[in-house]
Design a protein around this ligand. Structure first.
Ligand SMILES: Nc1nc2c(c(=O)[nH]1)N[C@H]1C(S)=C(S)[C@@H](COP(=O)(O)O)O[C@H]1N2
Ligand SMILES: [Mo]
Length: 418
């Protein structure tokens, strides 16, 4: 049976031809330059390779170009970035970015001629199909966003909700380039009226013999999300890789992973939310043990959140002395204001320093705090605050799907110093 809630599933993946191991940043130097990012900064500084580098499972063929040593393969459709692999650069390279597929991805041939990919636009004055080629004529913008699975952190919920036990690595900060959705709407004469939601539909081929509504990836977000949304064909300055939604992906900044529809084939401005299961009953904040329904809040906007990435135990034994505690912090939909760090599990806090570029309110920022660690056991924690003075919560409410865990306590990192 196919399930939709970020559950681990052993789906048979279509075998894809071997992709070149590493495609260098090339096509989108313009996008990077627009953000004042040189090549060096856009790449991740070399993070130490984990001592136990051998992955438990090997990467499936469609993502065998990823950096196997830096990934945790839960299943063929759920692949997480190691905590130590975010490094000290703000952008997560494609080779280290997590993967989450609710359905087997479409065949890789769809990116052979990306400009030919066509998408239906509905709920506008002049509904029609637009190809990527036509979209490219409507403008281009670049935005950095945190792409984070709604279930990131699920593995830290005490109630052990079923589904992939993601820790921190179902997330990354990436640069998207594409056309603003509002340009597309304007080019098609504006909204048809009565719309309250923006609904995107994924281009997967649905398995036969099942009610399409029960399996299709189709998500609605509040219409206001349109203001920041992009239809993206480029990620981190490269043509958008098939595995991350190429030829074309809906990017909804500030909204959790599932709302960022890969290989989008339809964008509709609708009065009602989609009646696909993934919208109606899936990705709902329902109490533990209950099934989601439209009365429960949908998993949409992300919260203020941070976590520490190092010093990480997985990179080898830690010695007493000065260390640079470092991590990432995001405001969700609002800019980040401040991050505090604790080395005693949250009893005392010190303000950390935000470092590196600020790529806007939808990106994450890096923070550091130099501390002197004596030998013994320590619990490293961080808590972020947005510009409206909302602190990251200590503990996120348990929910049936294990969604939106941003609690600083459960994300704390225990370390042993020799
Ligand atoms: N078409 C389509 N879009 C999708 C999905 C999917 O299965 N199909 N999965 C969603 C989920 S749950 C997440 S977390 C992100 C994962 O994006 P990534 O694989 O590029 O990291 O894509 C979202 N968009
Ligand atoms: Mo997800």
């Amino acid at each position: 049976m196919l399930r939709l809630h970020d559950k681990p599933q052993e789906t048979t993946m279509t075998p894809f031809p071997h992709t070149s191991r590493r495609r260098l940043l090339s096509g989108g130097a313009t996008a990077l330059a627009a953000l004042g990012l040189g090549r060096a900064q856009a790449q991740t500084a070399s993070a130490p390779t984990p001592a136990a580098a051998a992955p438990a499972r090997s990467l499936p063929p469609y993502v065998d170009w990823k950096d196997a040593e830096q990934m945790i393969v839960h299943t063929g459709t759920t692949i997480e970035t190691r905590r130590s692999a975010f490094g000290t650069s703000i952008i997560t390279p494609a080779e280290r970015l997590y993967i989450r597929n609710n359905l087997p991805a479409p065949e890789v041939g769809i990116v052979a001629d990306p400009d030919a990919w066509a998408m239906a636009v509905e709920g506008v004055q002049q509904p029609r199909y637009l190809t990527v080629r036509e979209l490219k004529a409507l403008g281009i913008e670049t935005v950095a966003t945190v792409l984070q699975c709604s279930g990131n952190g699920r593995g830290y919920f005490a109630g052990k909700p079923s589904g992939t036990k993601w820790t921190v690595g179902a997330a990354g900060c990436v640069l998207w380039s594409g056309v603003p959705v509002r340009n597309v709407v304007a080019a098609l004469g504006g909204l048809a009226g009565g719309a309250r939601f923006m609904t995107g539909t994924g281009g997967e081929k649905l398995p036969e013999g099942l009610d399409p509504r029960s399996v299709m990836v189709e998500r609605s977000v509040p219409l206001k999300a349109m203001q920041d949304a992009l239809l993206a064909w480029e990620m981190n300055g490269e043509p958008l890789h098939h595995a991350h939604g190429g030829p074309l992906r809906l990017v909804v900044p500030g909204y959790s992973g599932v709302n960022n529809i890969k290989y989008i084939k339809r964008l509709a401005f609708t009065a009602a939310e989609s009646d696909a299961a993934i919208q109606k009953t899936g990705y709902r904040m329902s109490p533990p043990g209950t099934k989601g329904d439209p009365s429960h809040p949908s998993v949409w906007e992300m919260d203020v959140k941070s976590w520490i990435n190092g010093p990480a135990p997985e990179t080898g034994p830690l010695r007493a002395g000065w260390v640079q505690v470092h991590g990432v912090a995001m405001g969700g939909t609002r800019p980040l204001r401040r991050v505090d760090v604790s080395i005693d599990g949250g009893q005392t806090w010190r303000e950390a320093r935000l470092v590196g570029p600020d790529l806007g309110r939808f990106a994450w920022r890096q923070f550091v705090l130099p501390v002197q660690l004596p030998p013994g056991q320590h619990v490293l924690a961080s808590r972020a605050q947005d510009t409206q003075f909302n602190w990251q919560v200590e503990t996120s409410p348990e929910n049936a799907g294990g969604y939106l865990n941003s609690g600083w306590r459960s994300h704390a990192l225990p370390i042993t110093v020799a």
